[in-house]
Design a protein around this ligand. Structure first.
Ligand code: MN
Length: 248
């Protein structure tokens, strides 16, 4: 299926890390689904929508976030979701509960005349060898099958432990390991024949101008939703990163 937008509004978000422990951000996302998203031709969520996702079977379809997404999809706004490094177990059950369609990482779209590559971004952080090994492991079908065959309680305990280990590690490793590798960015863009890349993951929102083989190129990094929301608004040739304030 080709994703093609010659004009109109297209929205991109990522790294919401939705978690019951941060209810203001859950409210901000629900508000975004009701207020901004219905005007868009499509909404793209490029990974880490959820802080953790331990399997489609462990989730309640009546949960407000899933119901809110379903309402948007039912209103006719296509909703595309890429898996991140937190919610890599999103599956067909999630698609059925929300009406969203899961996207492979990477995916190419045609956006206002620009062939544009969409990624979560973690695969570009190749300087972090230890993380890349973990990523490789948890993406294997055999590992996922074994994990999903555990009880919900066991899976919750594993996710909790993985989260605290990763938090401890992120505080101790060098800053550059947490960012993308510039060579990986350029070779990936070259490989896919694009001069535009949109990704998240690093929580370093910015619009980077670069040059690839003598041509101007642009890498847009979406922001996380910790203290506020962040959205890339693409409308008729204007691409703007906007902040969203939490309600109340
Ligand atoms: Mn991530």
């Amino acid at each position: 299926m080709e994703h093609r937008y010659d004009d109109g509004l297209v929205l991109f978000i990522s790294d919401l890390h939705l978690d019951p422990a941060r209810p203001a951000i859950v409210q901000l996302f629900l508000q975004f689904l009701r207020s901004r998203a219905p005007q868009a031709r499509a909404l793209y969520i490029l990974g880490d929508l959820f802080e953790a996702w331990i399997g489609d079977d462990a989730m309640d379809p009546d949960q407000p976030v899933l119901a809110g997404m379903r309402a948007l999809a039912q209103a006719g706004v296509p909703l595309y979701v890429m898996r991140g490094n937190r919610d890599f177990l999103l599956g067909e059950g999630f698609e059925a509960m929300t009406g969203a369609q899961l996207l492979p990482d990477p995916t190419t779209i045609q956006l206002h005349g620009h062939k544009t590559l969409l990624m979560h971004g973690d695969s570009l952080c190749i300087d972090d060898v230890e993380y890349q090994q973990f990523r490789e492991m948890v993406r294997q079908p055999a590992w996922q099958q074994a994990f999903l065959s555990k009880s919900v309680e066991e899976r919750k305990a594993y996710a909790e432990q993985a989260r605290s280990e990763s938090q401890g590690r992120n505080q101790s490793i060098d800053d550059y390991l947490m960012d993308v590798n510039q060579g990986a960015v350029e070779s990936t863009m070259r490989e896919h024949g694009v001069r535009r890349l949109i990704h998240g993951h690093t929580h370093r929102p910015a619009i980077h101008e670069l040059e690839i083989d003598g041509e101007p190129a642009r890498r847009i990094v979406l922001g996380d939703w910790f203290d506020q929301g962040s959205v890339l608004v693409c409308r008729d040739g204007h691409w703007d990163l906007e902040g969203l304030s939490p309600p109340g």
